[in-house]
Design a protein around this ligand. Structure first.
Ligand code: AMP
Length: 222
């Protein structure tokens, strides 16, 4: 399949990262997760990480200026003919406008936006039972897909823990933030004829299949 440039839109906990990893395996397209980038900056205690830490911990959005410059710089580093998947960016209309301008300058427009749709109740259930390996980032679910040994990553033996912002009180803030600041992007991309909604309630393979059908209908990157 021709390389695609995609935005994955949707609340936290809807499986965007899982599906982005699948597309990397299948097609070699590059996932770029703004949440992962922020967590790496915080871990490295960089100036950006220090500026972002309190926002991430409390489930609020990092200011547009900070996140936009980091993500656009990350995209610019990728070979321009390659496919990529933005996971978690843009999350506000100003971010989407800045992305559009940057991509226009590079003549590499978005091919499609996949909107992951899921009821809030299911999102909360999924997120509070999510666990992540501190070392390799593999994700688990204590209810449906726990690691073989509690707290230990099957893949690398690293420590499996809960993200601070996956706790129930913070999840409520993240969902409210999504509805207020990110959901307007659904109309933004609909107006541009780029939006494709998939149900994120199904099993991983079924969601992957729904995405494959959307991708087959898109034009490829030039
Ligand atoms: P995520 O892993 O995508 O849920 O992101 C974790 C946290 O990183 C969010 O709750 C925000 O604090 C921050 N973050 C990630 N992406 C963005 C973005 N596009 N705009 C602002 N903040 C972001």
């Amino acid at each position: 399949m021709a390389p695609k440039r995609l935005v994955f839109l949707g609340p936290p906990g809807t499986g965007k990262g899982t599906q982005a990893a699948r597309l990397r395996e299948l097609h070699g397209w590059h996932p770029l997760s703004s949440g992962d980038v922020m967590r790496a900056e915080i871990k490295a205690q960089s100036a950006i990480g220090k500026a972002a830490a309190d926002y991430v911990k409390s489930g609020k959005l990092v200011p547009d200026g900070i996140i936009t410059s980091v993500i656009l710089a990350g995209l610019e580093r990728l070979p321009h003919q390659d496919g990529w998947i933005l996971d978690g960016f843009p999350r506000t209309v100003p971010q989407a406008e800045a992305l559009e301008t940057g991509l226009q300058d590079w003549k590499t427009p978005i091919d499609g936006v996949i909107n992951f749709d899921l009821a809030d109740r299911t999102i909360v259930e999924r997120i509070i039972s999510r666990r992540v390996c501190k070392v390799c980032g593999s994700t688990y679910n204590v209810r449906f897909q726990p690691p073989r040994q509690e707290g230990v990553c099957d893949r690398c033996g690293g420590e499996v823990t809960q993200r601070v912002d996956d706790r129930e009180d913070v999840v409520a803030t993240r969902l409210a933030t999504y509805r207020e600041q990110t959901a307007p992007l659904i109309a933004f991309y609909q107006q541009r004829g780029l939006l494709h909604t998939v149900s994120a309630a199904d099993a991983v393979d079924q969601v992957a299949q729904a995405i494959a059908i959307v991708l087959a209908s898109l034009g490829g990157a030039a």
